[in-house]
Design a protein around this ligand. Structure first.
Ligand code: HEC
Ligand code: HEC
Ligand code: HEC
Ligand code: HEC
Ligand code: HEC
Length: 479
């Protein structure tokens, strides 16, 4: 080999690691078919326009109230999202942030209204994020034509109406001829009763390599819930009692039981929504967001169970085993932003004299977790296998310790004890949506520096709520 060829071999990988990295050949996106790439949305463009949620709410007031204050309503205004979007725009450019916007405010992407981070000067439909008319204009999907041949990055077809400015809304039943009161016509859509509707947005893939990053749909599809036709709607579009029944008995809710709550686990944002509403003097919305907070709390507290048991070696207690069971989440626990969400075990073992023999998983006053804590999350890596939490960087995962649906994960703690000494073990499964420093970093990146004070009336970033999902105390008597 000539020396120049050797130089080229050494230099070539460096050249290709510049910011504009091409997709690998087997994962290239057909930009003719997907004009909004890296978002995989499609739009059947006609004279018919998108409608803002307030207008839909005039005739569908309960649905409007249920959707309001939900994470879908604030998907675009969410300051954590705005912070990360701002970072993405700086680090990867606006062509990349279209991927984010395609899921966080789809209508404004296809109409071309969205030009970058920030809330200024935007129409109500852009600000409304995942609004009524996003979901009810979904005519179909292109899940199997995507580069990964899976639902990803917003692979939905939006069609708010037909050529003659007629609005067509897709729903589960299309009750009768007059459906829509002359404002819109109704088309029955099986898609709206299926997880496939949610799939395209609840599957975040790296926009270049099409590596799966957040995969709630895939986790659900491979679960016993999918096998029994218990879809996302059957847990997330019903109240807490009905969700528990869907999860425990694997029976579908009655048609009259569906609600537009889309309730998940985002306690911090429900809090912020309530603060913003109070600041504006909207007491109703504040109460609404607090109700959704309580609902999310109940959901998290219903999701898991713990079991503690001793492990003996040579007749002596050697270890304690804690089994973390995912009893009611239709996907892994936690799901979606698993490289950011934190679910961990706090465990203390005490001897007969009350002496602490072992303690792990506690938080310090600044909200930092002890280093030896067992966290049930994933760890994203960039192309050089360095730790990353950003969707435009993650290309693989170095670990995945989330708990599969109706499955469990065992954790062992070494604890050797002399014979006949009882040990009391107290274990708590705790959850928060992010490490305090990550939330603070993203919130500080919000485009407009006065944002948090102007909208939410807060000067300091509050501690993120920590939930005790479930706990148990067991006394182990070594024979
Ligand atoms: C395929 C659709 C999709 C794409 C693309 C997408 N997101 Fe999201 N994003 C979601 C969903 C769904 C959630 C909610 C998951 C959850 O709550 O667990 C979410 C949650 C988030 C959150 C957490 C918000 C919170 O309050 O905890 C942030 C931050 C975020 N996204 C930023 C981004 C950025 C920045 C991009 C682009 C680089 C992006 N997202 C691309 C669908 C998407
Ligand atoms: C994230 C997607 C999504 C959003 C956002 C959404 N919907 Fe729905 N909607 C659905 C799904 C899915 C169903 C079907 C649930 C079922 O099986 O009843 C539905 C059902 C309906 C129905 C018919 C069901 C019935 O019981 O009569 C109406 C009317 C409706 N939605 C109106 C609205 C309005 C108004 C808004 C905004 C305030 C809205 N939707 C926001 C997904 C959505
Ligand atoms: C002028 C009143 C009016 C407005 C405005 C209106 N709708 Fe409706 N819509 C109705 C009526 C009436 C029905 C039939 C009864 C029912 O389901 O509530 C209906 C039914 C529906 C259905 C149910 C179809 C099914 O399969 O059960 C959906 C979905 C829907 N509307 C969505 C929307 C969306 C989205 C908007 C805003 C873009 C909207 N509607 C605006 C009056 C209206
Ligand atoms: C157009 C894209 C889109 C569609 C379709 C969609 N979602 Fe979402 N969903 C989002 C985004 C974006 C967020 C997160 C907003 C945020 O955290 O800022 C979200 C948040 C959620 C959350 C709240 C998570 C939390 O942490 O509280 C739940 C639950 C949820 N979606 C369920 C559903 C279900 C069920 C469906 C189907 C009926 C659905 N979604 C359809 C984009 C979508
Ligand atoms: C059997 C009931 C069940 C089904 C089915 C189900 N979920 Fe969930 N989901 C839960 C529970 C319980 C939680 C709260 C615990 C957690 O965060 O995982 C949750 C949480 C979530 C969250 C919030 C995660 C976070 O940390 O912010 C999202 C997003 C979500 N689900 C989306 C979906 C989607 C999309 C589907 C369908 C593909 C689905 N879920 C199906 C029960 C269910």
């Amino acid at each position: 080999m000539k020396p120049s060829a050797i130089v080229l071999l050494i230099v070539a990988p460096l050249l290709f690691s510049s910011p504009a990295i091409a997709a690998p050949p087997h994962m290239q996106t057909d930009t003719g078919f997907y004009p909004y790439a890296p978002s995989l949305l499609k739009w059947e463009k006609t004279e018919a326009e998108f409608t803002d949620p307030e207008t839909c709410g005039e005739c569908h007031p309960e649905k409007y109230e249920q959707w309001q204050g939900s994470m879908h309503a604030i998907a675009f205004q969410d300051p954590l999202y705005q912070g990360e979007l701002n970072l993405a725009a700086t680090k990867a450019g606006h062509d990349t942030t279209r991927q984010c916007e395609g899921c966080h405010t789809p209508a404004a992407v296809v109409t071309g209204e969205i030009k970058g981070p920030g809330l200024k000067g935007l129409s109500p439909i852009a600000l409304a994020g995942v609004s009524c008319d996003v979901c009810h204009s979904v005519k179909g999907h292109t899940h199997w034509q995507t580069p990964s041949h899976q639902p990803e990055n917003g692979s939905l077809i939006l069609s708010p109406g037909t050529g003659e400015e007629e609005l067509t809304k897709y729903g589960p039943t299309a009750p009768d001829e007059d459906c829509g009161d002359g404002f819109h016509t109704c088309i029955q859509s099986q898609l709206h009763t299926s997880s496939e509707l949610c799939a395209s947005c609840h599957q975040v893939f790296n926009h270049r390599t099409h590596t799966p990053i957040e995969v709630s749909y895939q986790e659900w599809r491979d679960s016993p819930y999918s096998a029994k036709s218990i879809h996302c709607q059957d847990c997330h579009m019903v109240d807490t009692k009905t969700f528990k029944r869907s999860a425990d008995e694997l029976v579908k809710p009655d048609r009259t039981e569906y609600r537009h709550y889309f309730n998940g686990a985002n306690l911090f944002l429900y809090n912020l929504t309530a603060l913003a509403a109070e600041k504006k003097g909207n007491k109703e919305l504040a109460a609404n967001a607090r109700e959704k907070y309580d609902m999310a709390l109940a959901r998290l507290k219903a999701a898991a169970e713990l079991a503690v048991s001793p492990v003996y070696r040579n007749g002596r207690l050697a270890e304690i085993r804690i089994r973390v069971k995912n009893i009611r989440a239709g996907h892994n626990l936690p799901t979606s932003l698993t490289n950011i969400r934190q679910m961990w075990l706090e465990v203390t073992a005490t001897g007969p004299d009350g002496k602490v023999l072992m303690s792990t998983g506690s938080l310090d006053p600044k909200g930092k977790l002890a280093k030896d804590t067992r966290i049930f999350n994933t760890r994203g890596q960039d192309r050089n296998l360095n730790f990353s939490i950003y969707p435009w960087e993650i290309e693989s995962f170095s670990k995945n310790e989330t708990v599969p649906p109706k499955g469990f994960r065992d954790v062992f703690y070494g604890l050797s004890m002399p014979e006949k000494t009882p040990v009391t073990v107290h274990a708590t499964l705790r959850f928060r949506q992010a490490a305090q420093e990550i939330a603070e970093k993203l919130l500080r990146l919000v485009p407009d520096p006065g944002h948090l004070e102007k909208i939410y009336g807060i000067k300091e970033i509050p501690l993120l709520p920590v939930v005790d999902m479930t706990e148990t105390t067991v006394v182990i008597n070594t024979p």
